[in-house]
Write a protein that binds this ligand. Structure first.
Ligand code: HEC
Length: 181
């Protein structure tokens, strides 16, 4: 029975993982294409619009699920973590310092009296990211960022640093999708 059910419907964990995978591969593809076509300073303009649009699209495709990219050192104020996400970021930051950052994190929590599955995918800074999040930015990148993100905190990273998470929250009772924790 269980096997049959799994074939018909994805578990909340699988559904959350799939949404995170879709978001990350779409972001990566866009970023690579834009960096190649316009260079980092030109790509910023696209990132600014596309990241938030992609988040909305993936949420819609999954029935309105809660999905975000959040960081304690955020660039876009839309990516400021909620209190429960902030605590998880602190915990994962500690794991990262111990050299034990997990590939994914799954737990459950109660928000506004309702149980949710919380799924997080840690994001690590790679070489490609440094042009816009690193310690030394090209002057044209720096000036576009200052103009568009006056409160930017997402700089000064080194390759391998823990950058933030993609977080998905799914209601565990009643409707399988459409929660807004
Ligand atoms: C072309 C410049 C550019 C590159 C390269 C780049 N980013 Fe960003 N990043 C941005 C911009 C611009 C934003 C703000 C997006 C928005 O407004 O939604 C951002 C936002 C983010 C966020 C959301 C949290 C926040 O700070 O607002 C994460 C996480 C992130 N980037 C991770 C990465 C990682 C990991 C890489 C490398 C794989 C990377 N970025 C490469 C420009 C870049």
């Amino acid at each position: 029975m269980t096997v049959l059910w799994l074939l018909i419907a994805l578990s909340p964990h699988e559904q959350a993982r799939q949404a995170a995978d879709e978001l990350l591969s779409a972001l990566k593809a866009t970023l690579k294409a834009e960096m190649a076509a316009r260079g980092p300073a030109g790509a910023i303009a696209v990132c600014r619009d596309t990241a938030q649009i992609l988040l909305q699209q993936i949420s819609r495709q999954h029935g309105g699920i809660y999905i975000r990219r959040v960081s304690r050192k955020w660039r876009n104020p839309a990516d400021i973590p909620t209190p429960d996400e902030d605590s998880l970021l602190v915990l994962l930051e500690a794991r990262f310092r111990e050299g034990a950052l997990p590939r994914e994190w799954v737990d459950t929590l109660v928000l506004n009296g309702k149980p949710f599955l919380r799924y997080a995918r840690p994001l690590v800074v790679g070489g490609l990211c440094l042009a816009c999040h690193g310690e030394k930015l090209a002057p044209e990148v720096d000036s576009v960022l200052r103009l568009r993100y006056p409160h930017d905190r997402a700089r000064g990273y080194r390759e391998g640093d823990f950058r933030g998470i993609v977080v998905v929250k799914l209601p565990l009772e009643g409707a399988r999708t459409g929660g807004s924790p």
